[in-house]
Design a protein around this ligand. Sequence first.
Ligand code: PMP
Length: 381
Amino acid sequence: MAYFDNNATTPLHPDARQALLDASTENWANPSSPYRISAKVRASMQKCRESIASYLGTDPDQITFTSGSTEANNSVFSNLARTADPSSRVLLSPYEHPSVTEAAHLWFSDRVDILTAQSDGTVSTDDLEAYLSKGSLPALVSILAASNESGVIQPWREAARICQKYGVSYHCDSTQLPGKESLNVISLCTFSVFSAHKFGGPKGIGWLIGDGASSMLVGGEQEKGRRGGTENYPAIASAYRAWESIVQAPIDTVGLSSLRDDFEEQMEKLFPGIRIIGKTSSRLWNTSLLIMPEFENIHWVGKLDKLGFQVSTGSACSTTKSGGSPIAQALAFSLSETQRLIRVSSFHGHTRSDWEGLVSAFAQAYASLKEESIDSSVISL
Ligand code: PMP
């Protein structure tokens, strides 16, 4: 498997594909309609909701199906802005996805505070506690569970407990956890969010967990009036099947991370001066964020693509924006460093030989870039 951009999206799992086809063929009726074929869809949807809730140790009523994490993250802030004191502030980690940062600024304008970025890619819970113990409490704290860029796992459980102690709502963007790390005690968070395409499900479906959470989409009484729009049951059924096949399946995180670690060791030997972001921190087993010693990431990505390997220049959502990488901003990378960032992210099923193939592809890409740079100084940094 040569696709190494699974933090951007994962391929549809065969079980999820079958569930999508089956539900689209047999359970296509509008779940809100008053006849029996709809009642069947309603009941099946409720079953998915209850099973997910039971796995996550939460109440089914706390789950609102959305189009994914972007919508769920936006919902948290738009909903809060309607209910919180107009002078209240929100506190974010510096590594949040733009669907958190931009939603926070949209609804809270300049009343957004940011925790300090530590050089290992984490935030410190001492910093959080110091902020909260100052007195005036924020309306919400947002610290993502794991960075989609670096894979660094934040101390989200501890942060949730600290927020509970101070009676402050805690929003955890948990998008990158399912299928990679344990979701144990995710119910400690006031809000958490999920996107099915990150764990082998279809795109455009996910959910928000949280008490009183409600979406920006009005104009329908679906999801108990919390999210307007006909529910996409086939996508929900498919997401649930991916959840069963990927998220609930046991995984050998130690073995999987050793494949990634061996890849990094090989890369360090091949490319002296390479930097691996968050290497000393606890990270998702599938992710490696590299600053290459030479050549712009877009040239690396192009070469690797031609060799049949897909990697990313950073988070998929930042590839079209220069300087749009949250981690590059948080850790104050120079423009040149930001332009040399490459993210590699595997998933279930990647083998040692896949990783070794990627190392060889990097070696080949380098040879080709070097050769071209002799003729042109344009692509060399
Ligand atoms: N949060 C994180 C941490 C993510 O990685 C992503 C996807 N890159 C999102 C939110 C948004 O997810 P989606 O595009 O599925 O709405």
